[in-house]
Design a protein around this ligand. Structure first.
Ligand SMILES: [Zn+2]
Length: 120
């Protein structure tokens, strides 16, 4: 919901509650036609506020759908190649911490020099 819509919705709710309070006062005073008129006004304000929220929800859903459609679709073969490369990098690393930090950190029990000696 946009800020102006929030303000409009709040104004409608305030007006509706004000009309409802006025309807109660008219009903207590016994002026029933005025009570019916102001309570109808309060109901119309509540319906308008509900309609505003509904429109904002539809607009948000439409924007999300358009954004999803505009997003480029992933190529399955390129994705599979990237996964295969990542698995190869993971298998070549000495420990998961080294893989995550690109070789800057190692697990406490990791012996990267032993691995290099074994491979050579
Ligand atoms: Zn390591």
């Amino acid at each position: 919901m946009r800020p102006t819509e929030h303000a409009r919705n709040a104004a409608l709710m305030l007006l509706g509650f004000g009309l409802l309070a006025l309807a109660c006062l008219y009903a207590q005073a016994g002026v029933y036609p005025m009570a019916a008129g102001t309570s109808t006004g309060a109901w119309i304000c509540a319906e308008a506020a509900s309609h505003l929220r509904h429109i904002a929800r539809e607009r948000r859903q439409l924007a999300a759908d358009l954004e999803r459609l505009a997003r480029p679709q992933a190529d399955p073969q390129a994705l599979a190649d990237e996964i295969a490369l990542s698995w190869a990098e993971l298998e070549q690393s000495c420990c998961p911490a080294s893989w995550c930090s690109r070789g800057l950190e190692h697990d406490a029990d990791c012996r990267p020099n032993d691995l290099q000696e074994k491979s050579s």
